[in-house]
Design a protein around this ligand. Structure first.
Ligand code: CP3
Length: 341
């Protein structure tokens, strides 16, 4: 029997949707915090295959999710291209910035990425061996626009202002950065698939700030190129795309890009997404992650509502965004029980 996630991705409507959670390996779990302390810091955890594989497995052991997502980060790719990367505890990522053609030219060529990323592929190989036979292994990368927003600003930004400013001031350099990331992402995800990833997910966390033709040029087109490039090398590879906060632009996203599934954030209703997005195929989402902090009857009611809204088509149950460090691990168990009954 084929794995449930793969069946949903192939368009099958299942009586009980398969489940996993964005950021399921993370700080809300005491066993994760212990392993991170053992590694010393977040990047050491990402680059130590035995430890990265172990934290990937923690939520699978605890909850029996239907999918495991490789433990890594979308910012490892810019690091592999030569950007400096570090994490400031309690604040988030910092990178050396790219704001000129000269800085872009000083990055490494895409063929150099595997030297830095080899430990990530080793983590995937370990997981392909260690995961329960019914659990699907998901690899991932950031989408070019989202990764570029961090590379240009050197950090996370509320409105992606520096990236929009470079796009306006020097479109040639901006587009060349998007191109480099597009090509490097095909190679990066392809290497994850060769190591044993069965599905890949493209995280475009800041897609919502691209409007009009910019959304076409820098969210849709790079996703289409990446998905076409991957499927040419790995026929039949299922791809999940997450153009977060795309709103109306979720409609038709799968058709245009060739994605097998679109992940939906919780700023749109499940009922709207069922009517307008799920008609093109599998969708993933979209429980509000704050409910895993607050819990109670509302968590159960909303979990059931999301499940019901998507029950007439292919659906992978997930959150609208990552689970937060403040979430109660017991609430995750309650959410799963409300779905599996
Ligand atoms: O469990 C999983 O989902 C797999 C691992 C994973 C991480 N990051 C681990 C992580 C995945 C898929 C990501 C994706 C990622 N990373 C995204 C896209 C998804 C999203 O959340 O929108 C983005 C934008 C990043 C960049 C990033 N990494 C930021 C902005 C931060 C700091 C904010 C934060 O949550 O702390 C990180 C750090 C990070 N990545 C952590 C984890 C578990 C926390 C690090 C820690 O342990 O201190």
């Amino acid at each position: 029997m084929t794995k449930t996630i793969l069946r949903a991705l192939a368009g099958e409507t299942l009586p009980v949707p398969p489940i996993w959670m964005m950021r399921q390996a993370g700080r809300y779990l005491p066993e994760y915090r212990a392993m991170r302390a053992k590694a010393g810091d977040f990047l050491s955890l990402c680059y130590t295959p035995d430890l990265a594989a172990e934290v990937t497995l923690q939520p699978i052991r605890r909850y029996g999710f239907d999918a495991a997502i490789l433990f890594a980060d979308i910012l490892l790719l810019p690091q592999a291209l030569g950007a400096d990367l570090w994490f400031v505890t309690g604040e988030g990522p910092r990178l050396s910035t790219i704001t000129t053609a000269a800085e872009l030219a000083a990055l490494k060529p895409k063929d150099a990425i595997h030297e830095t990323l080899a430990p990530v592929y080793e983590t995937v190989r370990i997981l392909a061996q260690e995961l329960p036979k019914d659990t699907t292994l998901i690899g991932f990368a950031g989408a070019p626009w989202t990764v570029a927003t961090y590379m240009i600003a050197g950090r996370g930004t509320p409105d992606q202002g520096p990236a929009h400013a470079l796009k306006a001031a020097d479109r040639t350099t901006f587009a060349a950065l998007i191109d480099l990331l597009t090509e490097a992402t095909i190679d990066y995800l392809s290497a994850q698939v060769e190591a044993g990833a069965e599905v890949v997910k493209l995280f475009d966390s800041w897609a919502g700030s691209l409007k009009g033709a910019d959304f076409d040029d820098f969210a849709l087109k790079p996703a289409k190129r990446i998905i076409e490039g991957l499927k040419a090398r790995h026929p039949g590879l299922p791809v999940i795309a997450f153009p977060r906060e795309a709103g109306e632009r979720y409609v038709g996203f799968a058709k245009v890009t060739g994605a097998d599934c679109v992940a939906i954030d919780n700023s749109v209703s499940a009922e709207w997404a069922a009517a307008n997005v799920q008609r093109d195929g599998c969708v993933q989402g979209n429980l509000d992650p704050s409910l895993l902090v607050t819990g109670g009857d509302k968590l159960i009611a909303e979990t059931r509502r999301v499940r019901e809204a998507f029950a007439n088509g292919p659906h992978i149950f997930n959150l609208g965004h990552g689970i937060t460090p403040e979430a109660d691990p017991e609430n995750v168990a309650r959410m799963i029980a409300a779905i599996r009954g």
